[in-house]
Ligand binder design. Structure first.
Ligand SMILES: [Zn+2]
Ligand SMILES: [Zn+2]
Length: 142
């Protein structure tokens, strides 16, 4: 636990939050500044900064709670869909450095489009570079 971390304080019950689900290793609560009604965050109980820092069992616990919660959130706010995303690391805009998945309810008429809308344009990456990138990822995966 990190004393200055707002999410650790929520887990400990030392900061207010609308907790909506808890399991042994993960907790879900409403985002205090929702992007849409029902915007929920899912976090590991333990303080870890990014997905890459999470031990495998805690990663499984977070995904398991996400998996169970997504349809429940959709039903609760009569959403048509959800955007499920992690801002993973500072350069991606992660502001609370305790890994958290966002469940953002989406509606047919919200006009927002896919998460691809974050990117104004796409880079030109030739076949050779794509092959090299693929190989680097595949060889780093154990
Ligand atoms: Zn924390
Ligand atoms: Zn841990």
């Amino acid at each position: 636990m990190s004393g200055s971390c707002i999410f650790c304080r929520i887990v400990a019950g030392d900061a207010p939050a609308r907790v909506v689900a808890e399991t042994e290793d993960a907790v879900a609560f409403l985002d205090a500044n929702p992007l849409s009604p029902g915007h929920t965050l899912v976090i590991p109980r333990d303080h870890h900064e990014t997905l890459g820092d999470l031990p495998a069992d805690e990663g499984q616990a977070v995904f398991s709670l996400l998996h169970r919660l997504v349809p429940v959130v959709e039903r609760a706010v009569d959403a048509d869909a959800t955007t499920v995303a992690f801002n993973n690391g500072r350069a991606a805009g992660q502001e609370v450095h305790h890994v958290h998945g966002h469940v953002v309810p989406r509606f047919e008429d919200d006009g927002l489009g896919p998460i691809h809308g974050l990117f104004d344009s796409r880079p030109r990456i030739d076949r050779t570079e794509m092959d090299e990138i693929g190989e680097r990822i595949a060889s780093g995966f154990e």
